[in-house]
Design a protein around this ligand. Structure first.
Ligand SMILES: [Zn+2]
Length: 148
């Protein structure tokens, strides 16, 4: 399924989760909500180099690397930024190589790990929304109809 489809399915799942959280007065960390909306439904395709999320991260890594090269040669800054860009790009390639497509990152364990990570740093509300978003990707991959 394409990334627009995953964003659409993810939007519905996360919206439902947010409504339930709101009804129980559990909504918090509002600033992170839009970030989760975009990243969570696309995250499982990190195992696929041509996936949207991989392409976005590669773009960020390239941009950081180019800024790193410029700041090294023009501003005589350290190579740390260049190194950071390289590490970001290498991480995408390593993840896409180690995990086969629709393997571990398309499992309920991965959804729970993402939610646990978000719980640790942003609390229950972000964890529930993240779980809904990442899990929506799994649903989106098996839904037979494709509306987008
Ligand atoms: Zn997928």
């Amino acid at each position: 399924m394409n990334w627009k489809w995953h964003l659409a399915v993810g939007f519905m799942f996360q919206l439902a989760a947010l409504v339930i959280l709101y009804q129980h007065k559990l909504l918090s960390h509002f600033y992170i909500i839009p970030v989760i909306f975009v990243i969570a439904p696309l995250l499982p395709d990190i195992d696929y180099i041509q996936g949207k999320i991989s392409q976005i991260i590669l773009f960020i890594g390239t941009a950081v690397g180019i800024i790193g090269i410029l700041s090294y040669f023009i501003l005589k800054m350290s190579v740390l930024l260049l190194l950071a860009g390289f590490i970001i790009m290498a991480a995408v390639f390593i993840i896409a190589t180690v995990f086969k497509h629709r393997g571990f990152t398309h499992s309920i364990v991965f959804c729970l790990l993402c939610a646990a990570f978000m719980y640790k740093f942003f609390g229950l509300s972000a964890a529930v929304q993240t779980f809904a978003g990442v899990y929506s990707h799994l649903i989106g991959d098996v839904l037979p109809l494709k509306v987008l």
